[in-house]
Design a protein around this ligand. Structure first.
Ligand code: PGA
Length: 285
């Protein structure tokens, strides 16, 4: 992480877990043990029905609330969906978009882009999930897949809007599997994502975007992952459900950062060669 340029963010993705009562109980426990230091932003993303309870329980705290998905349209005949305005009005500041569990249900890059634009228009900060499958990793396609996903996510967005986006590199093979990416793997891809953003926008925008790692991050591996200069936080599933474990990850984000880099000229920020080339823009399945 590099706190000189961008925020460190520790976000919990609860997925389809916790009732309203369990959400309130979690908030009560978390508030008791939440560290006082403000070295990172903290976000919890409960299921939609628990959002109002979470917003209420965390009202006077530094913990922000996010949704796990939303529809791109403002309103209309979309049974079972939730609009950006509804998410924002409920008190959410963030929304996870393009999670692989939703992409597996058929969500496309183009739909993710539409949702990102809608979220920004509603004043929400999108946490955009991208990542390769195990087959793509084995085929050596990680850089290509990630490049295409970042480009597709940012279609039609200018620099100031891109700055409001948060990316989460979540290798599909690491989600819920206990098989975490190594710090080297996480750093390489997160740096690659920053390289792609730099090509689309500019170095200043790329430096300002927080890029998180997600996929079996837990209290034991968080420190090493968060020590990587381009890993600006975590999107945590399983380990975010238990207050003590979530707090240990928040504590792992309290570590020395590369403040000295502020003195370096912009050209010296390391780029990732694999993400610098003009690859094909054809979809990879
Ligand atoms: P996990 O999930 O931490 O349980 O692997 C992460 C995520 O899917 O966001």
């Amino acid at each position: 992480m590099n706190r000189t340029y961008r925020k460190t963010i520790i976000a919990g993705n609860w997925k389809m877990n916790k009732t309203i009562a369990e959400t309130t109980a979690f908030a009560r426990e978390l508030k008791k043990i939440l560290p006082k230091g403000r070295w990172c932003s903290i976000v919890v993303c409960p299921g939609a029905l628990s959002i109002p309870a979470a917003v209420k329980a965390f009202r006077d705290t530094r913990v922000a609330v996010g949704a796990q998905n939303m529809h791109a349209a403002d309103a209309g005949a979309y049974t079972g969906e939730i609009s950006p305005a509804q998410v924002a009005a409920a008190g959410c500041e963030y929304v996870i978009l393009g999670h692989s569990e939703r992409r597996a249900l058929g969500e496309t890059d183009a739909q993710v882009n539409e949702k990102i634009r809608a979220a920004l228009a509603a004043g929400l900060r999108p946490i955009v999930c991208i990542g390769e499958t195990d087959a793509q990793l084995a085929a050596g396609l990680t850089a290509e897949v990630i490049t295409l996903q970042v480009k597709a996510a940012l279609v039609g967005l200018n620099g100031p809007k891109i700055k409001k986006c948060i990316f989460a590199y979540e290798p599909v093979w690491a989600i819920g599997t206990g098989q975490t990416a190594s710090p080297e793997q996480a750093e390489e891809v997160c740096r690659g994502i920053r390289t792609v953003i730099r090509r689309i926008a500019d170095a200043k925008v790329a430096r300002a975007v927080s890029i998180l790692y997600g996929g079996s991050m837990n209290a034991d591996n968080a420190f090493e992952l968060l020590a990587c200069p381009d890993v600006d936080g975590g999107l945590i599933g399983g380990a975010s459900l238990v207050p003590e474990q979530f707090v240990r990850i928040i504590q792992a984000a309290n570590q020395p950062t590369r403040r000295r880099e502020a003195d370096k000229p912009e050209e010296e920020e390391p780029l990732s060669a694999a993400y610098e080339e003009d690859g094909s823009d054809e979809a990879i399945s």
